[in-house]
Write a protein that binds this ligand. Structure first.
Ligand SMILES: Nc1ncnc2c1ncn2[C@@H]1O[C@H](COP(=O)(O)OP(=O)(O)OP(=O)(O)O)[C@@H](O)[C@H]1O
Ligand SMILES: [Mg+2]
Length: 422
């Protein structure tokens, strides 16, 4: 490595500290051609120069000086983090081992004895400047490597966190598939039993009404009284009415359970994966009719369809995305609102927007809405799986889903799906 100054790099700076003009003259003559030299004639002067200007690359420091001696200056410089790395070479007529040891203990890198031999001065200065530069380079290298390692660690941690999240989602998926499977059968037969029960009740009520009518013609007052008493005691009329309500409520409950099961099933992705060329507007129309029950009392639907070429997708899954978004939009509207459905083509993307003028989503909630099981809805109304399923489905389609929302103004979900290569 060369320490020669070039046109591009400024000359290295050396601070000479000595109270003897003769010594200073010798040093200036020896080093002046190769380096930028600054001069101080006592200890305090040296400290002031260092504090007030650029840090020198090396200091040649006399020990015996009036006022602050070299040892004191060296101690001060080594104690300050800013100046502690500047190499100091002591200049001294003292050549006892003790003095050398004291100087080296204080942190000096070397000694040059007086009277000076220019060749020795040059060689020592050059050696220590080179060492300093090696040290600086090494430190720079260590800093750069540390930075690289820190970044690599950050990346690794991010990948690790993502993998953990994926694993978590996969195990939730397995769990969900298992639970859905277990619930599906009993939910199925409870639903079908409730339907039969409802039909039977209609017949039973008809039969009871007929029998009551027939009993009116029985001319036995005792039986009539007993019958009345029994009906009163058993709360017959109330039971007849209540059975209907109970069946209707139970059917509603089982419908909700089936919805959860359907959601859990698609969350675990146990579906056919063959892409079909699909007209997105037709898919939207069928989704609107599925979600219509939720929408009809809440919102007017405005359609803003621009022509779209068919895209390759899993239409049932996309329909599920649209239904989820439409139901969410309807549920975000308190009384009456508008849901706008827009389609358009943007370069190589088919774009679908579903927006509402409902409650909007607060900035702290919007970060979490795509998380599985995150819901702000009351118990029984939301599982919190809707948007996380939408996100998964779009990822599977190499598409994106994004959201923009203003509290009190409304929300807009934008879906982008890649157009097939022409
Ligand atoms: N259009 C919207 N307007 C306001 N908030 C919304 C809208 N869409 C979603 N959200 C918020 O995001 C949350 C998560 O939505 P997501 O569809 O995942 O679950 P959910 O609707 O609560 O339950 P699920 O869809 O499983 O029945 C909702 O609980 C709601 O707070
Ligand atoms: Mg939802």
């Amino acid at each position: 490595m060369s320490i020669e100054s070039t046109k591009d790099s400024p000359r290295l700076q050396i601070l000479l500290v000595d109270d003897s003009p003769m010594n200073l003259d010798t040093l200036l003559a020896t080093l002046g051609d190769s380096y930028d030299l600054r001069v101080a004639i006592d200890g305090q002067g040296a400290l002031d120069l260092i504090a007030g200007g650029d840090l020198p690359d090396l200091i040649l420091l006399d020990i015996m000086m009036p006022g602050k001696d070299g040892y004191e200056v060296c101690k001060k410089l080594k104690a300050d983090e800013k100046t502690s790395k500047i190499p100091i070479i002591f200049l001294t007529a003292l050549d006892s081992d003790e003095d050398e040891a004291k100087g080296l203990e204080l942190g000096a890198v070397d000694y040059i004895s007086k009277p000076f031999n220019p060749a020795i001065v040059n060689s020592r200065v050059k050696t220590h400047l080179e060492l300093k530069q090696y040290q600086d380079n090494l430190q720079g290298l260590v800093r750069a490597k540390t930075q690289e390692l820190t970044e690599a660690y950050k990346d690794l941690k991010q990948v690790h966190d993502q993998m953990l999240q994926q694993e978590k989602m996969a195990s939730i998926g397995h769990l969900a598939a298992g639970v859905a499977h277990e619930i599906n059968n009993p939910a199925g037969f409870i639903g079908s039993n409730l339907n039969s029960l409802q039909k039977y009740m209609v017949k039973l009520n008809k039969g009871i009404a007929f029998m009551e009518q027939a009993l009116k013609s029985v001319d036995d007052p005792e039986i009539t009284v007993q019958l009345k008493e029994m009906k009163r005691k058993l709360k017959f009329n109330f039971i007849q009415e209540d059975i209907d309500d109970l069946i209707t409520e139970s059917k509603d409950g089982i419908e909700r359970i089936s919805l959860i099961v359907r959601n859990l099933k698609s969350f675990s992705r146990a579906e056919d994966d063959t892409l079909k060329l699909t007209d997105l507007q037709k898919c939207l129309e069928s989704s609107l009719s599925i979600a219509w029950n939720e929408i009809k009392y809440k919102a007017r639907v405005e359609k803003n369809y621009q022509e779209l070429q068919p895209i390759k997708c899993l239409p049932q899954q996309l329909s599920q995305v649209f239904v989820n978004l439409l139901v969410n939009a309807a549920q975000a509207i308190e009384d009456q609102g508008i849901i706008t459905v827009t389609t358009r083509q943007e370069k190589d993307w088919a774009v679908v927007e579903i927006s509402d003028n409902g409650s909007g989503i607060s900035p702290e909630n919007i970060e979490r809405i795509f998380e599985a099981f995150y819901t702000t809805k009351e118990d029984g109304k939301g599982t919190g799986l809707g948007l996380s399923i939408c996100h998964d489905i779009l990822q599977k389609h190499q598409g994106t889903i994004s959201v923009a929302s203003d509290m009190g103004e409304g929300t807009c979900f934008t879906i982008k799906l890649p157009m097939p290569d022409s």
